[in-house]
Design a protein around this ligand. Structure first.
Ligand code: HEM
Length: 148
């Protein structure tokens, strides 16, 4: 009797885990993709709205790559510790380990070339980039305001 109950429970658990892997909505995969806004090319001005306030998505640029960091809304969303990076090129701040506002280039100016960074700051920035590469999807690239 006990064996039968255990067997039934095991079968039910197996069935549940199998079913949860099956996508019951034929458009499920597409819906997931659509969840991420793929704009491809951004400028500092077009990127700015993706700050979790003006748009529900949160994007952040690092070394010319635009990441969708919406999953990290607790970091970058309104009121989060790194909210100032939302919708912005965060490269200099990440390189210098600083969220001071003077690390952010005004959005109507040329993109920061980062050329004056020290070797150690460049290394720090590269490791942040690796961190974001493994954690967040890339949704595009950052271009000068007058380039698009
Ligand atoms: C007061 C000192 C700081 C403390 C206590 C602190 C604490 C933390 C903690 C606990 C995490 C989460 C780690 C994880 O769960 O993966 C984190 C992530 C992070 N911190 Fe800080 N932090 C500090 C300063 C800074 C500064 C100065 C910057 C400026 C660049 C910074 C940028 C970040 C970023 C970008 C993340 C990654 C969020 C992500 O994975 O999307 N932190 N910090």
């Amino acid at each position: 009797m006990l064996t039968t109950i255990i067997l039934v429970v095991v079968v039910l658990l197996l069935a549940r885990s199998l079913l949860s892997d099956v996508n019951l909505n034929p458009f499920g995969e597409k819906a997931k993709e659509d969840d991420t806004v793929i704009e491809g090319k951004f400028t500092p001005i077009t990127l700015e709205k993706y700050n979790g306030k003006d748009h529900p998505k949160i994007f952040m640029a690092v070394k010319g790559k635009v990441f969708d960091v919406s999953q990290g809304a607790s970091f970058y969303g309104p009121g989060g510790p790194y909210a100032n990076f939302a919708g912005r090129d965060a490269s200099r701040g990440l390189a210098k380990n600083s969220f001071e506002l003077d690390c952010l280039t005004p959005i109507d100016q040329k993109i920061d070339t980062l050329q004056d960074l020290l070797a150690v700051e460049k290394e720090s920035l590269d490791s942040w980039e690796e961190h974001f590469d493994t954690k967040y999807p890339v949704v595009g690239t950052l271009h000068e305001n007058d380039a698009i």
